[in-house]
Design a binder for this molecule. Structure first.
Ligand SMILES: [Zn+2]
Length: 482
């Protein structure tokens, strides 16, 4: 009972009430903006080799910022762009939670339609314009200041920071670096803040991601193009055979994959997941307007959410070969290629899908060469456990509306890597909004999401820590048995 009271004293101490935390955030607003300015004004464009020195400078500046705020920090080489590792120590023996963010950004130039210099931090009222403000420097700093708020209020928890600088370039070296550093990175939980809500009016966090398997199908039937007046009707046409294969692989109108066994490992949505999707604020009209897409396979919002979040796909990205210039050219092409991919959902495995698909293709057209990439595993969080319950309470406290867990149709390889190499669950605490312009011109973040994000992180840490906190509850043997 004593323990319960002590935890209660932590979780609901005056300094950790949502109101007090919001006042705390308001008090450090000038610092937050200064820190965001520092990070945004270093053009950490990881995909551009010419910006490598800026990415390295961004990592050093971030580590220096952490140190200034009392967080031990180092810049770790990875073989690619570096990784910033920070450690906010509250006490030996306290559990550790890891916050993952990335500090690299997408390319940006005035010519893309920016109204301000993308690498100048420009404040307009409560909005902060600049490349990386919402993806992902602003959320990284909200997480940092949330951790500092909890630390200062005495929450018995250590927080580690993993700030990647290669996320927008495919996280090529991340997994290897995490593997190498893993003995130093022991943690109970990883929290990622690098995602967006479905709508401004409804807090959502991703509880699942799709996996990925990229494939290239190539067919060569001649040394080069041949005249169809000479060999037409006799020569095999590689482009047409690949198109037939694509039609064999899936029904292009419905999207249904026709490879036997493809759907065997797909986990159906639970009733609770379907209900949370319904409350997510998803709208077909917003999706269409936001992306500029006109024709969909369905106009039913529930079916749409199921399709983009919870069902696997086969998509053709490009067809290479033959003639595509003006007018006609009467050739039989000598070679053709299809670039395609599968998005996978829990519990599909890219290796198993690659085997199924390759066997299917080989049976139909043994001359087609199938090349696959390494693929990514899909990810699914436990949304009924104590960590998810703590996250629900924290987000609801911070934003005044009950959190909905949704899925994200994209793939982040780093998530499965961290789950596996650090041996702990991964959760998302998302703060960006659809209108913030992820990867687009005039990207911005805003103070209401930053300040309430600080509250959400601090509340989450308070809910996790202490003898009756979610971290302790998760360790109990009676829970392990269930
Ligand atoms: Zn991001």
């Amino acid at each position: 009972m004593k323990a319960r009271n002590r935890r209660h004293a932590i979780a609901s101490s005056d300094a950790l009430s949502p109101k007090a935390l919001l006042a705390y955030a308001t008090g450090i607003r000038a610092d937050y903006e200064k820190h965001l300015r520092e990070l945004v004004e270093i053009p950490t464009v990881s995909a551009d080799p010419a910006r490598a020195a800026d990415v390295a400078r961004g990592a050093r500046a971030a580590a220096a910022l952490l140190r200034r705020l009392g967080v031990a920090a180092s810049v770790e080489p990875t073989g690619g762009h570096p990784l910033v590792v920070g450690h906010l120590r509250s006490g030996a023996g306290f559990p550790t939670v890891t916050l993952y963010n990335h500090l690299d950004v997408q390319p940006a130039a005035r010519a893309d339609g920016w109204k301000t210099d993308p690498f100048r931090f420009t404040r307009k009222g409560d909005r902060y314009f600049g490349r990386g403000t919402t993806d992902d420097k602003g959320p990284a700093l909200a997480a940092l200041h949330g951790a500092l708020a909890a630390h200062r209020a005495g929450v018995p928890l250590n927080v580690r920071f993993l700030w990647e600088t290669e996320e927008e370039a495919g996280s090529t070296h991340f997994e290897h670096a995490i593997g190498r550093l893993a003995p130093r990175l022991a943690t109970e939980l990883v929290v990622i803040s690098d995602g967006l809500w479905v709508s401004r009016d409804q807090p959502t966090c991703a509880s699942g991601l799709r996996g990925w398997l990229g494939i290239e199908l190539s067919l060569e039937t001649g040394e080069g193009d041949a005249h169809s007046g000479i060999v037409g009707g006799l020569a095999r046409n590689p482009l047409a055979e690949l198109m037939q294969l694509v039609a064999d692989l899936h029904d292009a109108r419905s999207g249904r994959v026709k490879v036997p066994g493809f759907y065997d490992d797909v986990e159906p949505l639970t009733r609770r997941e379907r209900e949370e999707f319904r409350r997510s604020g998803f709208s077909i009209a917003n999706l269409k307007a936001g992306i500029g897409i006109r024709k969909l396979r369905t106009e039913n919002p529930r079916e749409a959410m199921r399709r983009i979040w919870a069902l696997p796909t086969f998509e053709v990205h490009g067809v290479v070969g033959g003639y595509s210039g003006p007018g006609s050219k009467s050739i039989v092409p000598g070679r053709g290629q299809v670039k395609a991919s599968f998005r996978l959902v829990p519990s599909q495995h890219p290796d198993r899908v690659a085997d199924l698909v390759t066997r299917f293709i080989k049976k139909r057209n043994p001359d087609v060469v199938v090349r696959r990439d390494a693929g990514n595993l899909p990810y699914r969080a436990d949304v009924s456990g104590p960590f998810a319950a703590a996250l629900r309470r924290a987000m609801t406290d911070a934003f005044g509306k009950e959190l909905s867990f949704v899925r994200d149709g994209g793939s982040i390889g780093a998530v499965a890597s961290m789950e596996r190499l650090l041996g702990c669950p991964v959760l998302f605490l998302d703060l960006s909004l659809p209108e913030h312009g992820y990867h687009a011109a005039n990207e911005y973040f805003e103070w209401s999401q930053a300040s309430r994000g600080i509250v959400a992180f601090a509340r989450f840490f308070a809910e996790l820590a202490g003898p009756e906190g979610a971290l302790a509850v998760a360790k109990r043997p009676e829970r392990k048995r269930s």
